[in-house]
Design a protein around this ligand. Structure first.
Ligand code: GLC
Length: 531
């Protein structure tokens, strides 16, 4: 049976930056609700909202201090409920980001756990007399000493994000209650944050050192025995609610590990960062990852496709800044086999933001990088380069709805980006221009809706040679050919049948006439009727 999410395109909203509804400089629910028509017109089917629960925001909401309320900065429960209702009325589903691995150190569970060694919640977190060598993913040791009770607690991320002890069954019960709470409020599922971290090695074996990468190899602090059992329980629990969807963030480069987390009885899909956060523009690697995923996955598994998120540099910047190239990548993301996730702002080609002032940096990972670099003896300038490299503020600047959103420098919104061609990078300017990035995304999303082969179809072929990637998606009624010429050179297109009809190109406006060649940097979608 086909599920709704198999035909859907998701859109990630980074809560503080999407749309400010009350003028305080911060995104919120009333702002998002006011933009639902924009999202509907864009053609997306589901929203992933980054955490919107009360939080000290050391890591922008991924440090939750109350799992069953709305952060006042984002609105009230009434505004949330209204937003869900309005989204559903437009046929848009809503997925909430949920952090099951850790809570904020300000959460009352941790305050209780910390209060004494004998507190019944002591064991809800991971306390040890001695630390081992595990490092935090933000840098430095993963253990923080608590003087009052003379023990160390474990935190895989910032010290204000304390890891829960999933070996304690009470933790599971508490978190299943949280899931129930939001499902009953009407969310359609969850994006599960760092979900492969819930189990750690119970002997606390030291992690080895990767000499080549010159960093610790995270062997014993993720993907540990018992994790798949928990995943199955979560999936069974959530899927009791009809039509729910689960996407897991599984940070693993190893496809053999990744593939264990999704499919029948498990998560519906997981993010594949080998494709999503590919560092440089390398089409051979990109193709190889697509092909490897196809080979690794069984028939119950569907891949994900994304190139951006709040955790990485925007892909247009990462891949060199060229708009045509960005359109090729967008075409790949929205026509290859998988569930796509568009990161807000990518549909208008928003660029990365880099700062020359460390005081303007907000991201804990960037700030930590700066601090550790100084401690290691680097100069301020060197440390700033490292901090900008690690900082995820790059892609977290506010959505550029119109020119007033970014032109000039504003003290209230100190991270406004001003790219070279800034005048064109906003929704207002792009919405009526047929050649704009926004119009191109709309056309792609419209085609996805009109041609089921693009969502449910299998690959009849998937090829790559010398800069030219081609694939054919097919279902019972049609074949859709996608050709992506990532090179500058004109190339011949082989294997086209006489009935080929061009549906979309980023380079030509007239869609009729015989197609034999593909231009440099051209993305083409062609339909061929089956006899
Ligand atoms: C995930 C989030 C990231 C956060 C981390 C810790 O990777 O996407 O933003 O910093 O988890 O919760």
């Amino acid at each position: 049976m086909v599920k709704w999410w198999q035909k859907s395109t998701f859109y990630e909203i980074y809560m503080p930056s999407f749309k400010d509804g009350n003028g305080d400089g911060m995104g919120d629910f009333s702002g998002i609700t006011s933009k639902l028509d924009y999202l509907k017109e864009l053609g997306i089917d589901g929203l992933w909202l980054t955490p919107f629960y009360p939080s000290p925001k050391v890591d922008n909401g991924y440090d939750i201090s109350d799992y069953q309320s709305i952060d006042p900065a984002y609105g009230t429960m009434e505004e949330f409920t209204l937003f869900i209702k309005e989204a559903h009325q437009r046929g848009i589903k809503v997925i909430a980001d949920l952090v099951l691995n850790h809570t904020s150190s300000a959460h009352k569970w941790f305050q209780e756990s910390k209060s004494s060694k004998d507190h019944p919640k002591r064991d809800w977190y991971i306390w040890r007399d001695e630390p081992n060598n595990w490092e935090s993913f933000f840098g430095g040791t993963a253990w923080e000493y608590d003087e009052a009770t003379e023990q160390y607690y474990y935190h895989a991320f910032a010290k204000e994000q304390v890891d829960l002890n999933w070996a304690n069954p009470e933790v599971k019960v508490a978190m299943f209650d949280v899931m129930k709470f939001w499902l009953e409020k009407g969310v359609d599922g969850f994006r599960l944050d760092v979900i492969n971290f819930l189990k750690i090695n119970d002997q606390f074996v030291d992690n080895p050192y990767d000499a080549e990468k010159q960093e610790q190899e995270h062997v014993y602090d993720k993907d540990q025995e018992g994790i798949l059992g928990i995943i199955e329980e979560i999936a069974a629990f959530v899927h009791q609610y009809p039509d729910t969807f689960l996407v897991g963030e599984v940070g693993s480069e190893d496809l053999d590990i990744l593939k264990q987390y999704s499919g029948l009885g498990k998560l519906d899909v997981v993010f594949n960062f080998n494709i999503g956060s590919i560092a440089e523009f390398n089409t051979t690697k990109l193709y190889q990852q697509l092909a490897d995923t196809e080979a690794a996955y069984n028939e119950t598994q569907v891949p994900t496709l994304f190139f951006g998120s709040h955790d990485m540099s925007r892909f247009i910047s990462r891949f060199g800044g060229d708009e045509d190239r960005a359109k090729l990548v967008a075409t790949l993301m929205l026509t290859a086999r998988g569930v796509p996730f568009i990161y807000f702002g990518d549909e208008i080609g928003m660029r990365d933001w880099i700062t020359d002032d460390i005081n303007k940096m907000k991201d804990v990972q960037g700030i930590m990088g700066y601090k550790l670099a100084l401690e290691a003896g680097k100069s301020h300038e060197e440390a700033l380069v490292i901090a900008n490299d690690k900082s995820r503020d790059k892609s977290r600047t506010p959505m550029q709805w119109d020119t007033s959103e970014y032109v000039g420098f504003s003290e209230q919104k100190p991270w406004i980006t001003v790219p070279n061609n800034a005048a064109l990078i906003n929704v207002e300017e792009q919405k009526n221009k047929p050649e704009s990035m926004l119009s191109f995304y709309k056309s792609l999303l419209k085609l996805r809706k009109e041609h089921a082969a693009l969502t449910l179809g299998t690959y009849e072929s998937l090829r790559y040679e010398d800069g030219l990637m081609t694939f054919v998606r097919r279902d019972e009624s049609e074949r859709v050919l996608v050709a992506l010429n990532f090179s500058e050179q004109l190339k011949a297109l082989d294997g086209l049948t006489t009935g080929s009809r061009l549906l979309l190109s980023n380079k030509r406006t007239a869609l009729d006439g015989k197609i034999r060649m593909i231009l440099g940097n051209e993305a083409m979608i062609l339909k061929e009727d089956l006899e």
